[in-house]
Write a new protein. Sequence first.
Length: 409
Amino acid sequence: MSEAWIIDTARTPRGIGKIGKGALADVHPQRLLSTVLKALQERNDLNTEDVDDVIAGCGSQVGKQAACIARMSALDAGWSELATGFSLDRFCGSALTAVQLGAMGIMSGMQHLVVSGGVESMSYAATQRGMVTMDRDNLHLRALHPQPHQGVCADLIATLEGITREDTEKLAVESQKRADYAIRNGHFDRSVVPVYHEDGSVALDREEFPRPNTTLDGLAQLKPAFEALYDYPLDDAGLSYRKLVEQAYPDVKITHIHHAGNSSGVVDGASGVVLASPEYARAHGMKPRARIVTVATSGDSPELMLNAPVPAAKKALKQAGMTLKDIDLFEVNEAFAVVPLKFMRDLDVDDAKVNVNGGAMALGHPIGATGAMLLGTLLDEMERRDLTTGLVTMCTGGGMAPCTIIERI
């Protein structure tokens, strides 16, 4: 079996995901992804005729993000017509799954050069859909697995696990501090590429979402975001998220603790990773930065939705013949503060090794793009600290989590 080498990573800055406020909100989603593809091509002198596939994650494949955004973005970037593309949806884990599929194609020997990543214009996607349940009115599925809103799940997990609002807000403030330090000291500079308007002016060349002045006192003033949502009517028959929760947990009284400050930010952005086989890389003078050690995906309770990163990490480590002590740095997506808190507690991982440059609570979480962004952040930091191994994982809708382990070359 061949190895899959990581040649390079790139991403856009994250723009505030709100029309009329975010710098990327008026940029077409295809342009966001093509910006990254073009940058990767130019930085690595890619012959795009050789690209076996462009694989892009996207969580909301509707409207401007529909019609195989991977292929359309590659064409928009001016790539060869021979470079195909396909798009996938694994909710928040879409881009990391795209990287995994690219690695598997190369490791199988069937492909030699793949560009994987993802894109999400959350500002645009918000205009395309209303509040829905995960079962999409499939009453049979709802009877088997009543799946509430992800924010309600975060509060439910915190209640079941005894994780307090204070615990989550301390982590949120730390995430802001780490992100601010990383930005001010250029830790993201290698991967971030600017986005331009059609007239050539800069749309965004820096992170737009972080709030470095966040304090514990300020967070304490915020109202829980999902308390009012709990009893919001989802249909004319009186369905609510409370009823979905009580179907699975009839005796639990949720304490609502998550809000805008200790949850991931709504942002726009795109990401990409160049993957190559050793044979192709050597033949074309490419210098690898890392190799994919293993990839894994695990499921967990759909009713809780956010708990799969722990079993996914265990599965990946077992496949690789490694232990947690072999991992130098971790990226665990901060979809909600409770996710990395539970991950660190369950696996006894030192918080000094997790999300060292901050996470989605500070930087934002562009659903379909985040996984490849985290992989790039992880690799950049491993190089900066001269470390060897890293693990990235994230929860997704439906109670799943992809996990990838990489090793520097």
